[in-house]
Design a protein around this ligand. Structure first.
Ligand code: 2HA
Ligand code: ZN
Length: 269
């Protein structure tokens, strides 16, 4: 079957990176059933031939006007599709959409009319926000990491930057590779515009945000970067939980050592 990826090595590379990460999400136990979603802004890879491709779906309302997305293209995981299937076959479990000129609707253009993720309002809001602030980030990831979600069931951890400092203090890499820390968003209905709006508000200060009792959202230059930040935070959460399960409260890196790290790595916070 003909695919939009045929003879487009750059576009293929990006989509197959998504497939690689989808496999990691499944292996980690972060992607039960259809859990989680990924979108990539592929507008830079779009040529005239793609621009002329006809729609293969009806026009669909996003539910929100997103002025920076006019004429943009995204690869999106499909709603109800499984990460473990996407890992093997990204173009049957996701599709390419074009944002229309009204900036509030989209159509699917390739390869199959697979309806995009239920979290499309949050994902597209994040991309709209990123473009608006001149960011070169192209990837948005939402996933369900067991350890990090479990931590959001403790109201004490939901105070601003409480989890950030706790997780940073478990292993120095976490502060170095997730230097803005972890934003917290109180529970909201999955897939809602409310959740989308709360998410972009937190992205002002963070690259990774927790959706209380639901999951994590992260943004990055590419999907590997977005994944690595969540993976690093999850490693810290596991160190914390392992110490607790051995019966003691982990000591955490001292304030002096944390401050020295901040200076040595020239970290923002
Ligand atoms: O795609 O994870 O939040 C399924 C979800 C919705
Ligand atoms: Zn989810």
């Amino acid at each position: 079957m003909k695919s939009i990826l045929d003879n487009r090595p750059q576009l293929s590379k990006q989509v197959y990176e998504v497939a690689e990460v989808a496999g990691y999400l499944w292996q980690k136990g972060w992607a039960e059933r259809n859990g989680g979603n990924i979108t990539i802004n592929i507008t830079d890879e779009i040529d005239d031939e793609i621009r002329k491709m006809p729609a293969i779906s009806d026009r669909v309302e996003i539910g929100k006007k997103l002025p920076n997305l006019k004429g943009c293209y995204f690869y999106c995981k499909g709603t109800n599709k499984r990460m473990r299937d996407l890992a093997r076959n990204p173009m049957d479990n996701g599709s390419v959409i074009r944002i229309l000129d009204d900036c509030s609707s989209y159509e699917i253009i390739a390869d199959n009319p697979v309806k995009p993720t239920s979290e499309l309002p949050s994902h597209l809001s994040m991309h709209n926000f990123l473009i608006g602030k001149g960011s070169t980030y192209k990837a948005a990831l939402h996933t369900h990491p067991i350890d990090l979600i479990a931590m959001t069931h403790n109201p004490e951890f939901l105070a601003k930057d409480k989890l950030t400092y706790l997780l940073w203090s478990m292993i120095p890499e976490t502060r170095a590779f997730c230097p803005k820390g972890l934003g917290i968003i109180p529970y909201k209905m999955p897939g809602s515009i409310d959740l989308a709006e709360a998410t972009i508000k937190e992205l002002e200060d963070y690259d990774v945000v927790m959706w209380e009792k639901h999951g994590v959202c992260s943004v990055g230059e590419n999907i590997m970067e977005a994944f690595d930040m969540v993976d690093t935070l999850s490693k810290s959460a596991q160190i914390y939980l392992t110490a607790k399960s051995m019966g003691f409260e982990p000591e955490g890196t001292s304030k002096e050592d944390m401050d020295a790290l901040k200076i040595a790595f020239n970290l923002p916070k």
